[in-house]
Design a protein around this ligand. Structure first.
Ligand code: MG
Ligand code: ZN
Length: 225
C-alpha cells in the first residue's frame, strides 16, 4: 500500500498551522513595535559569533534581545549572555528547525514593548527552516567563506526565502582561497537582486555596514528600531 499521500497531507497541515501562528506572531511583533530578524545557515557558519557581535554593538543604539535555537545544548545562550542582553535558549530535541509555536512559548514572560530588535537564531540546517515562517520581518541567510561558493546552488530554497545574505568569516577568505565573485554570482543566480554583506565577527569588518542597513530598514518600515 502506498502511504505517500497521507504523509504529504499531514505535513501540509503542520505547515498550515505554523503559518497561521506565524501570522499571529507577526501581528504581535508589529503592535509592540519590535523588528524581528531570523538567522539561518548550515551548522558552523558562525551564526552565534555574528549574533554576539551584533548584540554587543547594537545594544548601544537599540533595545535588543535574542532567542537561540539548538538541538541539544544551551552553550550558545550562555555565550550570548555575555552580551548582557536578554537571551533565551530554545532546545528543540530531535526537531531540526524552529517552529512558530516554539517561538511563541519562548517569548512567554517577555514584554515585547520593551524591545526594539529581536533576533532569532535558527537551528543550523539549510533545508527545513525555509518552510517554517516564524513571524519575522527579515530573514538573513549566512554563508561562510569556509563552506564553498556553491552552497546557494545546492540549497536554493533557503536563499530564496531569505531577504539578505551575509558572508561570514571574511577574515579567513585569503587562507581558504574564497572566490568572492563566484559566491556573489551564485547567490544572485538563485535570488536576483539580493543584498549581500561580508563580515567578520572576529575583526569587526563589515559590522558598520550591517548596522547602517538596520538603520535604513528602520526608516523604510517605520518600525521603531
Ligand atoms: Mg549557534
Ligand atoms: Zn527540520
Amino acid at each position: 500500500m502506498n502511504t505517500q499521500p497521507r504523509l504529504i497531507e499531514v505535513r501540509q497541515n503542520v505547515l498550515k498551522q505554523n503559518d497561521l501562528l506565524a501570522r499571529e506572531l507577526r501581528v504581535r511583533f508589529q503592535a509592540a513595535g519590535v523588528y524581528v530578524v531570523s538567522l539561518v545557515s548550515s551548522p558552523g557558519t558562525g551564526k552565534t559569533a555574528l549574533l554576539e557581535k551584533m548584540l554587543t554593538i547594537f545594544r548601544e543604539e537599540w533595545r535588543v534581545a535574542a532567542l537561540v535555537g539548538d538541538l541539544a545544548t544551551d552553550n550558545d545562550a550562555a555565550r550570548l549572555a555575555r552580551s548582557q542582553v536578554p537571551v533565551k535558549q530554545i532546545t528543540t530535541g530531535t526537531v531540526c528547525h524552529l517552529e512558530a509555536t516554539m517561538v511563541e512559548r519562548a517569548l512567554e514572560g517577555w514584554n515585547l514593548e520593551e524591545l526594539d530588535l529581536l533576533f532569532i537564531e535558527n537551528v543550523g540546517n539549510l533545508v527545513c527552516p525555509s518552510s517554517y515562517n516564524l513571524g519575522e520581518d527579515l530573514r538573513i541567510v549566512l554563508l561562510s567563506v569556509t563552506e564553498g561558493e556553491d552552497k546557494p546552488l545546492k540549497y536554493p530554497t533557503i536563499f530564496n526565502t531569505a531577504d539578505v545574505a551575509v558572508i561570514t568569516k571574511i577574515d579567513l577568505a585569503g587562507a581558504v582561497e574564497f572566490d568572492e565573485h563566484a559566491a556573489h554570482a551564485n547567490i544572485q543566480a538563485v535570488r536576483p537582486g539580493m543584498e549581500i554583506f561580508q563580515v567578520s565577527a572576529k575583526t569587526g569588518e563589515g559590522m558598520d555596514e550591517l548596522k547602517q542597513f538596520f538603520r535604513m530598514r528602520n526608516a523604510e518600515c517605520g518600525v521603531r528600531i
